[in-house]
Design a protein around this ligand. Structure first.
Ligand SMILES: NCCC[C@H](NC(=O)CCC(=O)O)C(=O)O
Ligand SMILES: NC(=O)OP(=O)(O)O
Length: 323
């Protein structure tokens, strides 16, 4: 693997899943791959899971790891080309990324969207700038439009919980429903775009997206998915319910006044096929999902977060093994 920025950097999803399950079963067996290697992680935005699971993944491979919170821990970075830097910015992104990539063998980067200019976000201007300047392979720690390490961890979780074995033909498809849910803030579309991009390519999954009108995602990510607008109808017989809020793609970044009824409650989970509740976290309790769901055996959010270690470890392993 040469980089990890989307599902398109994966040659064979089923093979990668198989490797992840093997790594999870025997997490310290690949330490030769990480020995004397360094993984650098740059965060332009906050993180709990991605930061800590990537560090843990590096340790499992016996790799060294450093983390930089850009802006907070470092000089204030200038992003604009040609800028006359006589104001508050102190170091240009050009030198910063060239220097940081000289200090590692793989560079993980988190760059959230600004949710102002759709073209800027959907062209991944910031992420691509970092990628273009880096002298080492780049791993997305969540970009403006995608979060592939999360989607890969979700795939590992769904495979484990549904008993899917890579390479085997399953008798019945697993029904996965991604549902929009309410939130007080405007959030990116990265997690749902990425989840849709991965799961519409998994042939043992029957994948549905359900959202209120006006919250349709960019069709290039949901191509192949069943699109619904009636949440209760969509949840019927679901094996997995993946909840997430996102702001509007069409009216870019807007939160359209909507019904609070989209919160995931136990009454709704009862419509499913004893379905499991999933969320990438962090989650707003009693807004996105009711306590009764999150605190029950129905919820597998901690399993998902745990699998973030193994999605990251597998990706670092696949990149470093060629170095
Ligand atoms: N990395 C996982 C999700 C990150 C981000 N969530 C958030 O910003 C939630 C913040 C809040 O609840 O205020 C998102 O939805 O893309
Ligand atoms: N799910 C996820 O990426 O969490 P963090 O934003 O805390 O890293």
């Amino acid at each position: 693997m040469k980089q990890f920025t989307s599902v398109y950097d994966v040659e064979n999803i089923d093979e990668l899943l198989k490797t992840a399950l093997e790594i999870k079963a025997n997490p310290f067996a690949q330490q030769e791959v990480g020995k004397n290697k360094t993984i650098g992680l740059i965060f332009f935005n906050p993180s709990l899971r991605t930061r800590l699971s990537s560090i843990k993944a590096a340790y499992n491979l016996s790799a060294n790891v450093w983390v930089l919170n850009a802006g907070a821990d470092s000089w204030t970075l200038e992003m604009a080309d040609g800028a006359v830097m006589n104001g508050d910015t102190q170091e240009h992104i050009t030198e910063a990324i060239k220097v940081m990539s000289a200090y590692c063998d793989v560079l993980g980067v988190r760059t959230f969207p600004k949710l102002v200019d759709r073209d800027e976000d959907y062209n991944e201007v910031m992420f691509n700038k970092v990628k273009g300047l880096s002298s080492v392979p780049v791993v997305s720690l969540e970009s403006a439009t995608l979060h592939p390490l999360q989607s890969f961890a979700d795939l590992i979780t769904i495979a484990e919980k549904s008993g899917y074995t890579p390479g085997e033909k399953s008798a019945k498809k697993v029904k996965v429903v991604m549902t929009w849910a309410p939130h007080p803030k405007r959030l990116p579309q990265a997690v749902p775009n990425s989840f849709a991009q991965w799961f519409s390519k998994v042939d043992w999954v029957d994948f549905t997206v359900v959202q209120p009108k006006g919250y349709e995602l960019d069709a290039k990510f949901t191509d192949g998915a069943t699109i619904e607008y009636d949440q209760e109808e969509a949840l019927k017989d679901a094996d997995f319910v993946y909840a997430k809020n996102w702001s509007s793609y069409e009216n870019y970044g807007e939160v359209i006044p909507q019904d609070k009824d989209w919160q995931v409650t136990m009454e709704k989970m009862d419509l499913t096929n004893k379905g499991k509740f999933m969320h990438c976290l962090p989650v707003r309790r009693n807004v996105v999902v009711a306590d009764e769901v999150l605190d029950s055996d129905t919820s597998i959010v901690i399993d998902e977060a745990t699998n973030r270690i193994f999605s990251a470890q597998t990706v670092f392993h696949e990149i470093l093994k060629n170095k």
